[in-house]
Design a protein around this ligand. Structure first.
Ligand code: NAI
Length: 306
């Protein structure tokens, strides 16, 4: 199989490395900067003997080289600078993502699309609109990353293995995300048995601010290792038809009382893309949180089209 990554920046190039080194697929890295994706591809190819895999990595500035991809990941666009919110990237990235989605689908009409560019939920909606794809074949990555951050903070607080912590974060990728604390566990034991309410609230706050915390520390762009890992899990579940149940930004058609909006919800991901959307029974507060996040995504979809 072949995966195209549009945007060979920090998230895109790290994702290319993950996909090749996990031996999931050949990778085409595309960017507008001449020579840059070609150089990265050559660098990754030269690591193959050491990492022991035989995946092809191609760098290009031309969409014709992406043809016949099973998956297209869009990471093209600007990242945040300190003090910026994801929404500040709206108009610039909207143009880039719409153009990338249209060009990519023209060469890979059967591909499944994963959008990573921020503001995530809005960009996924615009890419859905631009490609005209059915909702099972286009989605955004955010929830897997936000959940991994929540799990990390829980593991650090309790001094347990990160892999033993399971949590799910729904809603939009931003301050209005909806971490489902009551479902978070350490090997099946609810964290509500292990931590007091104030501590859980502190970890939830840190999760909401997880992206900004890294932007402020780095001062030059944002996170990319964990985002690339999170995206590679989605790519893997699709390519290997694993049907993993993951939080995915999906176009909703009435689920959770929401329609014509993209928001993070639990989805099963397999070879056809989104196999199903799981509708959880939410508390009043969680449902309100999801609806508030959806309203802000809707407002930004409108703003992006003004
Ligand atoms: P970066 O600046 O390192 O890379 C972006 C790349 O896109 C650059 O190489 C740039 O040349 C390229 N690009 C710009 N316009 C293009 C076009 N029209 N066609 C093809 N390529 C184009 O940024 P980074 O750190 O890789 O982040 C990429 C995006 O992903 C940002 O919008 C960032 O906010 C977002 N992001 C989203 C996450 C999520 O959870 N959904 C997590 C981390 C980042």
């Amino acid at each position: 199989p072949r995966v195209t990554i549009v945007g060979a920046g920090r998230v895109g190039s790290t994702l290319a490395q993950r996909i090749a080194e996990k031996n999931l697929a050949d990778v085409v890295l595309l960017d507008i900067i001449a020579g840059m994706p070609q150089g990265l591809a050559l660098d990754l190819m030269e690591a193959r003997g050491i990492e022991i895999h035989n995946r092809q990595i191609i760098g290009t500035n031309n969409y014709a080289d992406t043809s016949g991809s099973q998956i297209v990941v869009i990471t093209a666009g600007l990242p945040r600078k300190p003090g910026m919110s994801r929404d500040d990237l709206l108009k610039t990235n909207a143009k880039i993502v719409v153009e990338a989605a249209k060009s990519a689908i023209a060469h890979s009409p059967n591909a499944i699309f994963i959008v990573v560019t921020n503001p995530l939920d809005v960009m996924t909606y615009l890419a859905w609109q631009a490609t005209g794809l059915p909702r099972d074949r286009i989605m955004g990555m955010a929830g897997v990353l936000d959940s991994a951050r929540f799990e990390t903070f829980i593991a650090l607080e309790l001094g347990v293995l990160p892999a033993d912590v399971k949590a799910m974060v729904l809603g939009s990728h931003g301050d209005l995300m909806v971490p489902l604390s009551r479902y978070a566990t350490v090997n099946g034991i609810p964290i509500t048995e292990l931590l007091d309410a104030a501590t859980i609230e502190r970890l939830v706050k840190r999760t909401r601010n997880g992206g900004a915390e890294i932007v402020e520390l780095m001062q030059t762009g944002g996170a990319f290792f964990a985002p690339a890992s999170a995206t590679s899990v989605m790519v893997e579940s699709i390519l290997l038809n694993q049907s993993r149940l993951l939080p995915v930004a999906a176009y909703l058609q009435g689920e959770y009382g929401l329609e014509d909006v993209v928001i993070g919800v639990p989805c099963r991901l397999g070879c056809a893309g989104i196999e199903s959307v799981l509708e959880l029974t939410l508390t009043h507060e969680e449902r309100e949180g999801l609806h508030t996040s959806a309203q802000s995504v809707r407002r930004n979809i409108e703003r992006s089209q003004e």
